[in-house]
Design a binder for this molecule. Sequence first.
Ligand code: ZN
Length: 398
Amino acid sequence: MKPNRSRRETRAATLNYIWCNGGAYRPDLAENLALTDASISRIVAELKSEGVIAETRHTAPYQGGPSAFFTLSKNRHVGAIEVSNNSIHVGVAAVTGEPIFIERLPLVDGADPLVVEDAMSKAVGALASGCARYGTQLEQIAVALPGYGVGRITNPIIPLNTGNLLKSLEHAFPDVATEIANSIAARAIAHRTRMRVGHLGSPSFYVFVGHGVAAAVVDEFAESGDVTPCEIGHMVFDPKGPKCRCGNFGCVETYLSTAAIAPCLKVEEVAILDLGDKWPERIPIASKAEAELGERLTRLGLTIGNALNIVQTRRVLVGGWPVGLGNKSIAAIRKGVNSSLFGGADDVELRLVESELGREPSSALALATFAYLRRGGTSSQVAMVKNAAAGNIAGVQD
Ligand SMILES: [Zn+2]
């Protein structure tokens, strides 16, 4: 079926394919985007002349095959502010992913609105002074916030007035478009680019288990790549359970976040985050702790099964600390899904995926790149967006 796309959508689809695959040959683009050779040649020439993509010569993958290989340009940059792990991570990178600079500012969980506002204004200042220091012009800024939702008046995790944040970003970066989204949406976008599969594939339920616990429904069918955040981390298991940073008691997060499992392992949370997916290689797990983690993962499975009772997809991808435990995690989570999902877990595809534990602000940078490419790689003045719809990161529209 030949898709009916506008010029901007065709540019966006081309750029997204190049991004998600780490580069592409012209025939791959034509085939995967269902475009004629002539149209793809025209689009590629246009994007190249604008400096959005670069052409390199590669050894042909087969005798007589194509040798012109297209990648995103290293000369286009995006900026990011990502709130995670008691910090604000500020950074700038090329759209190809090469970092220019990264800074970390403290922002502890539970800080009051004034402290949050002050920390955020310092973050905006750090972004601006970093760009000035390196002479970097930004195409797009993205902000990834836990607990953020479109139309959610108060954010129970980070009490931040996003209107004020947008104003201060606009003041510091007058012509740069900004997108704000829930952290899990940013993580889901970042994960997709690492899969190197372009935009093809069935919808999935992406779950991240780190300092926060959240999920997103990712619609891989849509070229726009719609992502709908889902606060499974704040489903309440036991109203008499431990107090959660959202203000409620006994949320999933209070059993499964890295902060919640660190005491079982007798380490500080930061030790797990710093080691990333390889944490079990360095942190010894006593048999009692292993049993405890297994029970908690089964709880996570119960939550996922309950969520799947509401959403249609049966493809579940889990990132975060469970990844390090491999098949043990899969078995424990599946057991939980099986006991809560209507009809059982037999048709559920459950996979662990490489995560970004402790690699902030890479998710927000991916979100910024995604927003830039989604508007077809046009300069940001044209697309100044006032936080248009961002919970499902639908902020960039024609
Ligand atoms: Zn909570």
